[in-house]
Ligand binder design. Structure first.
Ligand code: PRP
Length: 178
């Protein structure tokens, strides 16, 4: 895309696979006695990560649901103004794992946590593939984090720049020259 350049690869496809397997191991171990789990994928960014993660889960009955959350503002910086859609299925009385691609200001998941709590799940856990703690403004802590990363703009493996590059199998740092 005009004005965008890949600076370097932050995580290769192989490294991502290792991170996702590590997260699945922890989740499987924590939920070893659970019969069922609702995996709630936060669209759009977590779509790629979620499909890889669920295929590594050993809980017998896994249901995948989706919710749309987006923070609007400039395309390259999370503004913290969050809009949240409806969950695609019922979560009342269920063990729920919310899957997110990246936690930045933390406002998306803080907002989501309040909305989901009001739907009375049995339990609520949060899994973020990437965490940028240096950008946090909301008081939010995930149960599972794949990798803590510096404050650089990344694309790939679900993460976009202006809605593109989510399809890349690796995660790359980009440079934007408007
Ligand atoms: C990104 C990301 C998280 C959120 C994190 O979503 O997927 O949902 O921002 O930022 P925060 O911690 O500051 O709230 P975005 O709004 O870009 O939508 P997308 O998932 O459709 O790309």
């Amino acid at each position: 895309m005009k004005g965008m350049k890949i600076k370097r690869i932050m995580f290769t496809e192989e490294e991502l696979s290792g991170i996702v397997s590590g997260l699945a191991d922890k989740i499987n171990s924590d939920l070893k006695d659970a019969e069922s789990l609702v995996v709630l994928c936060v669209l759009k960014g977590a779509a790629v990560f979620t499909t890889d993660l669920v295929r590594r889960l050993s809980i017998p009955d896994v249901r995948i649901e989706f919710i749309r959350a987006s923070s609007y503002g400039r395309e390259d910086v999370s503004s913290g103004n969050v809009t949240v859609g409806a969950v695609t299925g019922d979560i009342e009385g269920k063990d729920v794992l919310v899957v997110e691609d990246i936690i930045d200001t933390g406002r998306t998941l803080s907002e989501l946590k309040e909305r989901l709590k009001a739907m009375n799940p049995k339990s609520l856990r949060f899994c973020g593939l990437f965490d940028k703690p240096s950008r946090r403004t909301a008081d939010f802590k995930a149960d599972y984090i794949g990798a803590v990363i510096p404050d650089e703009f990344i694309v790939g493996y679900g993460l976009d720049y202006a809605e593109y590059y989510r399809h890349l199998p690796y995660v790359a740092v980009i440079e934007i020259n408007d």
